[in-house]
Ligand binder design. Sequence first.
Ligand code: COA
Length: 166
Amino acid sequence: MRIAVYPGSFDPITKGHLDIIKRASKMFDKVIVAIAVNSSKRPMFTFDERKALLEKSVASVPGLDNIQVEAFDGLLVDFMHQHDSRIIVKGLRFVSDFEYEFQMALTNRKLDEEIETMFMVTCYKYSYLSSSIVKEVCSLGGDVTDMLPEAIMDETVAEIKNRSKK
Ligand code: COA
């Protein structure tokens, strides 16, 4: 069974992430979307909230039966061992992503030489997107219709507006 792990902060999930999830779903028997800690970020949403938003978004797309959503706070390579996976899937948006992604891929391989990272080129429609962009546009009252999955749109917009006031 080919199990891939798609890690990220997903704070919150965007349409760009969902695009990668849909495409990875066709390539592997199972894809675990893993909400992980990036120690350089302070997330707006809790692990449980991000998990619920991811699960709702995935459930809204017919046929994504091989996607599982998990959250963990340790090393990615340890999580991968626990889930019997050797393949990391990441989305690549710009050349500017490459240096950081290259460093993470090499670090993960240094920690476990059997781990492979596969990069999927992000759909051009979403290549400008990031979770921070969504939060910024939304908190300033801009339209995020093309950025967030429809299934989570209303609740996420309301929460971002509410939390960014504090
Ligand atoms: N569509 C839209 N946005 C995308 C995207 C896509 N396809 N791919 C990435 N992005 C955005 C993300 O939303 C994120 O936005 P943000 O910076 O505003 O939050 C940004 O691009 C960077 O994404 P990514 O490089 O995946 O970083 P991340 O913070 O989401 O994930 C972890 C990094 C969590 C995977 C990494 O820190 C990790 O593995 N942590 C576990 C601990 C560990 O093992 N550390 C050592 C590994 S080097």
